[in-house]
Design a binder for this molecule. Sequence first.
Ligand code: GRF
Length: 201
Amino acid sequence: MSPFPLGRPARLAVLASGRGSNLEALLRAFPPEDPLGRVVLVISDRREALALQKAVQSGVEAEYVPWPKGEGGRARFEEVAGQLLCERRIDLVLLAGFMRILSPQFVGQWAGRILNIHPSLLPAFPGLHAQRQALQAGVRETGCTVHFVDAGVDTGPIVLQRRVPVLPGDTEETLSARILAQEHLAYPEAVRRVLRGEARP
Ligand code: GRF
């Protein structure tokens, strides 16, 4: 059962571990006055994540939630993050360079209300270093995918994909940059489709 469309601006949360360029694209695409939704919370498992700084600069609540080492670390993170998401009445969770694997229970609670972006044309090249995997496989084309998150890693129903060519002489860096430019278009567009109720899991 999808809750979208909501009939009011959605409250979006972004989970990010790193530099936060997709977060920036989402902040640009969903300014505070957008009738479809706005980013109201950014959570990172890394205190030094640039994503947290970018949130603060945009006047958006930024929360560092540690992911303690060892057994129980994930449960602790999920307890604290889950509580924040509930307290802030979040409608849709967006994983944007969030480098952790959430538990099936957590993802189940957010079924149909949690998205991820991945730098390949899934189901090809899931997991880490998707751009390197594409180069090593010698494909002529790759891209990015926005998908609903399910209990698997980079599985789950696809909302949209954007394609890029792999060019002769490409390195991981050049290919990643080409894909990233498309990610910044793909994620906001996918979020719009979900919020309008046009894409459901
Ligand atoms: C992106 O390539 C995204 O697809 C992957 O991690 C990277 C995050 O980049 N999941 P950024 O932090 O949004 O700049």
